[in-house]
Design a protein around this ligand. Structure first.
Ligand code: DX5
Ligand code: ZN
Length: 216
């Protein structure tokens, strides 16, 4: 039941087709696509045209993580590019409820993320409104950072709320996940695991298989 969502931020874009083929062959069903605007986060990554190009080479579910201010401006653009789920940041939306509503109306699944410094209680009103909650376990913007342990208690709290009122809620964790700490986040309630460097550093297929062995 747990999902692995490899973050393509760490893929070798010079060999994207070959590497996506390795993911798909290994049984990966989700791609985590990190969109950064250089304003909400200090880095710039890629946007709809690149996602549209990747859409042509895989049938995977596109889990699009929008690290951009006022994401409601781009819902249609990411839908047209082939996104299946849009995750927005609580901190980046003037009106979280409206943004969630617009994403649902566009026919996409919706995730809501919080940064490490944001109180988990900010998520309380959205447990029933979102398809997925994303707990950031690093400061968003870059791959390869160290896991921030306070994410564990946040995951436990979200899992408790989900058990009470939305058992289908997807609970994603993103940042610094590796083979040493992935069991800790699973035990805390995460059921969608994002991993960038741990998937793409070294042999991709064996990394993916190793994660699947732990995720069950
Ligand atoms: C960070 C991104 C992550 C990142 C994770 O802002 O949201 O998805 O790619 O990379 P690792 O797994 O290397 O921390
Ligand atoms: Zn991400």
């Amino acid at each position: 039941m747990n999902i692995l969502s490899p973050s393509l931020l760490s893929i070798d874009f010079n060999n994207i087709e070959k590497n996506a083929g390795i993911l798909d062959e290994a049984g990966v069903k989700w791609y985590h696509l990190d969109v950064m605007d250089g304003a909400f986060v200090p880095n710039i990554s890629f946007g709809p045209p690149v996602i549209k190009a990747i859409r042509k080479i895989t049938k995977s579910f596109f889990d699009v993580h929008l690290m951009i201010n006022e994401p409601k401006r781009y819902i249609e653009a990411f839908k047209d590019a082939g996104a299946d789920l849009l995750t927005i940041h609580y901190e980046a939306c003037g009106d979280v409820d409206e943004t969630i509503k617009l994403i649902k109306e566009a026919g996409l699944k919706v995730g809501l993320a919080i940064n490490p410094e944001t109180d988990v209680w900010s998520l309380r009103p959205y447990i029933n409104k979102a398809d997925m909650i994303l707990i950031m376990s690093v400061h968003p913007g870059f791959g390869g950072q160290k896991f921030i342990p306070s994410a564990i208690d946040k995951l436990k709290q979200v899992k408790k709320w989900a058990d009470e009122e939305n058992p289908d809620l997807l609970i994603e964790v993103d940042g610094g996940i590796n083979f040493e700490n992935v069991e800790d986040v699973l035990n805390a309630g995460a059921n969608v695991i994002v991993a960038g460097s741990a998937c793409f550093n070294g042999d991709i297929a064996s990394n993916i298989n190793r994660f699947f062995g732990i995720l069950g």
